[in-house]
Design a protein around this ligand. Sequence first.
Ligand SMILES: *Cc1c(COP(=O)(O)O)cnc(C)c1O
Length: 223
Amino acid sequence: MGIIQQQIKEITGSIPDGVRLVAVSKYHPAASVREAYDAGQRIFGESHALELKSKHEELPKDIRWHFIGHLQTNKVKYIIDYVDMIHSVDSIRLLREIEKQASKAGRTVRCLLQLHVAREETKFGFTPEECRDMLQEGEWRRMSHVSLCGIMCMASNTDDTMQVKKEFHTARLFYEEVKKTFFANAENFCECSWGMSDDFPIAIEEGSTLIRVGSKIFGTRQQ
Ligand SMILES: *Cc1c(COP(=O)(O)O)cnc(C)c1O
């Protein structure tokens, strides 16, 4: 068994029920995705629209593709026909474009709202205040081709595990607040996407339901 298959089995064997693995295959070749697929993995994450498009064309059609990176509005059309979930909605403008393209494609696309909790200023996402305001404003309620399913975040890139834990905890509390306030009767709103190669065990302690793991499975990226 190759290293990719071993890692998939080790991670999926160690995470609790209710947590699913998104294998982040960005910058890795389709052959590597295939290896993970052969180990039973079906959910893959990509962060570039055109790379996702070409992998989708080449690989088995029962793969569920999750888009996890910053998505430019002009790229939505490349992935809308088949993307299973978009984790990285960080503006109402992007949500509108997803609604528009999904409507054209005759689909409803599951989306997560990306929350900015990290210390780094460069990370994308709504601040909690911006996210609350957007939800309060209510335009999303009239969008019948997007289904808001939860919250996504990235922690600071630091060895300070207490800091990372604190950020995931903030995200969890925010998720619970938003669920109670806006999605009390929405069964679909149930996902917490946090945790990457270096911090997914902490993320799981803080209520993650989707972990996005790349380098721990596929090795360090070429780019
Ligand atoms: C690349 C990436 C990951 C995976 O990161 P690793 O450290 O390789 O596990 C997870 N989430 C997002 C948004 C990413 O861009």
